[in-house]
Design a protein around this ligand. Structure first.
Ligand code: FAD
Length: 592
């Protein structure tokens, strides 16, 4: 009987990503403990990586020219009474040599190591997915559709992760309610006056909950239809091929797996000086709108803070936003944020820019918050405080080290273009692999990981990932921004179409929108775009598609868009660039 043991790069000092310059052994070789397996070279020295124990090399996943770091699994050894030939699965496969494709070697390791892990596991699965958010459930369903036997681990009763339960969907339900109120009010200037809305925050909260349940219930159904086994409990790695899952009653089971996709997401960052006070909430707490406070401070002027701040303001709460930097929604071009900022300035009580929150304390009448700006310090009291200063990946919360999976200082798990971690049979996707922390990115990465795990040659090679703030007006952007182009010295030509000239926008009583597209000088190829205005998030997909397809201004301008729509502003912007626009008079640009 022999045990299989992964071969890991040990502590190699302060070096990261060190070159492999020689592979000293082959699969099938018997080696003594401490015998050199591979040679690494840094700019300072060369060093041999020794065999951790005596045994037979059953797999190797590195070749000359690869780079490795501490903790990387580079192969596997069979250790035990006899240095018996590798298990059956091994002997059927061609011997892994440095020339064998990495994927084949990975499969060999996965099968062999999983076989060993099964011995001690309470259950086994071909594919284990840890976390059922938009990344995890998409990966699990795709893997099942590709014929894999899949187990999906989720710590909460409800599937769907942050996005469905406490993120994208509930926030958009509340934003819709806010929009209805705003639009009804705005009709007063055009001859239709509604009474002041009566807000039943409990009922509104119930409706939001029903939207969420409908979607999450649908996911459970989809899992059943695909025969994806859902296990509720908190998972942590106990080895490179096993996860321990503890359910709500404290019962633990070990699930052995051949391959795994980590999709454990992220969590809101809290401020170090927050007192324990139920009136200080993160985005999840802010989605509980019943009862509504009289005042709300939003700490952080990013997308989540502005979306939720807008909801509270429309529901009659006095909202203040405080932002450390000089601008709201960093990352988006200023000309796109400006119309939003103008509107928010009239909706919110105050917008404090270049201002730092330095402390918080609990008082009877509310939360006392201290601020510091260029004029000195001040204190104000708020009924509720939403801390929306960003999210941190959950990499440190799953005992990734037990599987040999690297986690960086931001809690993120580094992956390659196939979403593989440093351990070849373990993938990671979604928020846990880093920015942008967006549901649609997580879903696409989930598909790639599942397809690679199933043996397909796939890569996460999307050119662009769109960002959207579902505020009113919405702000959406994709690809190159003007801010980034200027900072990085990227050549571009920009064209814009003001929505004041859009019949549809005017018919909706809104004229502050704008569609802007950046083109490559000389070719007219679309490099990026941004939109501010109603439904900007629904329109931006066309610009993303243009970038993916390598389309140019002529392609967009000659595509007949339906009239009158907000979407036609994309075609009109391209026409403005081409000099063919007739809806506006734009003096001719110097042509490329
Ligand atoms: P998550 O959705 O975080 O899912 C991870 C899952 O793993 C969770 O269900 C968690 O319970 C589970 N889990 C974690 N650890 C364990 C463990 N040890 N064992 C078992 N289960 C575990 N994105 C958009 O694209 N559009 C939006 O409009 C949008 N709006 C948002 C609004 C808000 C208020 C917030 C907070 C986020 C919003 N996001 C939005 C971001 C989006 O929700 C995330 O990017 C997305 O949910 C990430 O998906 P994921 O699968 O990586 O992780």
């Amino acid at each position: 009987m022999s045990d299989l043991q992964p071969i890991r790069i040990p502590d190699i000092g302060d070096f990261d990503s060190v070159d492999v310059i020689e592979v000293l052994v082959s699969v099938g070789d018997s080696v003594e403990a401490e015998e050199g397996l591979i040679t690494l070279e840094t700019d300072k020295a060369t060093m041999d990586i020794p065999a951790p124990v005596a045994g037979t090399v059953t797999a190797l996943t590195v070749s000359v020219g690869d780079q490795v770091s501490e903790g990387d699994v580079i192969g596997e050894m069979s250790v035990g009474a006899s240095e018996a030939p590798a298990p059956a699965v091994e002997s059927q496969a061609p011997p892994a040599t440095p020339e064998t494709p990495a994927h084949d070697q990975t499969q060999k390791i996965s099968e062999a190591t999983a076989a060993a892990a099964i011995k001690d596991a309470d259950a086994r699965t071909q594919m284990l997915v840890l976390g059922a958010g938009p990344g995890g459930y998409a990966a699990a369903f795709r893997a099942a559709d590709l014929g894999m036997e899949v187990t999906l681990i989720e710590r909460y009763e409800s599937l769907g992760g942050v996005c469905l339960n406490v993120g994208c969907i509930p926030s958009k339900a509340l934003l819709h309610a806010a929009k209805v109120i705003d639009e009804a009010e705005s009709m007063a200037d055009h001859g239709i006056v509604f009474g002041k809305p009566e807000i039943d925050s409990a009922k509104l909260g119930e409706w939001k909950g029903s939207v969420v349940s409908r979607l999450t219930g649908g996911l459970s159904q989809l899992a059943k239809q695909r025969k994806v086994k859902v296990v509720h409990g908190t998972g942590r790695f106990v080895s490179p091929n096993a996860v321990a899952v503890t359910d709500h009653e404290g019962n633990e089971q070990i699930i052995g797996f051949e391959q795994c996709i980590i999709a454990a997401g992220s969590a809101p960052i809290r401020l170090p000086f927050e007192p324990d006070d139920a009136r200080i909430v993160d985005s999840t707490g802010a989605l509980q709108i019943d009862p509504l406070p009289e005042s709300l401070l939003v700490v952080g002027g990013g997308i989540i803070g502005l979306e939720l701040g807008s909801v509270y303001a429309t529901l009659g709460v006095a909202v203040t936003v405080v932002e450390l930097t000089s601008e709201l929604m960093p990352g988006a071009d200023r000309d796109l944020v400006r119309p939003l900022q103008k509107r928010l300035s009239s909706m919110f009580d105050d917008i404090l820019l270049n201002t730092k929150v330095t402390g918080m304390s609990s008082a009877d009448g509310g939360v006392e918050v201290s601020f510091e700006d260029k004029n000195g310090t001040s204190t104000r009291q708020f009924g509720k405080v939403l801390v929306a200063v960003g999210r941190r990946a959950n990499g440190e919360k799953i005992d990734a080290a037990a599987a040999g999976v690297n986690v960086d200082e931001r809690g993120q798990i580094p992956v390659d273009k196939q979403m593989r971690t440093n351990v070849p049979h373990i993938f990671a996707i979604g928020d846990i692999v880093g920015q942008p922390m967006l549901a649609h990115k997580a879903t696409h990465e989930g598909h790639v990981a599942a397809e690679v795990a199933a043996g397909e040659k796939r890569f996460f090679d999307a050119r662009v990932i769109p960002s959207v703030a579902y505020t009113d007006p919405e702000v959406a952007w994709v690809g190159l921004t003007e801010t980034d182009a200027k900072r990085d010295g990227v050549a571009y030509e920009a064209a814009a179409f003001p929505w004041a000239a859009s019949g549809r926008s005017l018919a909706m009583g809104r004229d502050e929108g704008k569609t802007k597209i950046l083109f490559e000088p000389g070719t007219g190829r679309v490099l990026g775009g941004g939109i501010v205005g109603t439904s900007a998030g629904d329109i931006i997909g066309e610009i993303a598609f243009a970038i993916e397809m390598g389309a140019d201004a002529e392609d967009l301008g000659l595509t007949i868009h339906p009239h009158p729509t907000l979407g036609e502003t994309v075609g009109l912007t391209a026409e403005a660039y081409e000099g063919t626009l007739t809806d506006l008079y734009i003096p001719k640009k110097k042509k490329h």
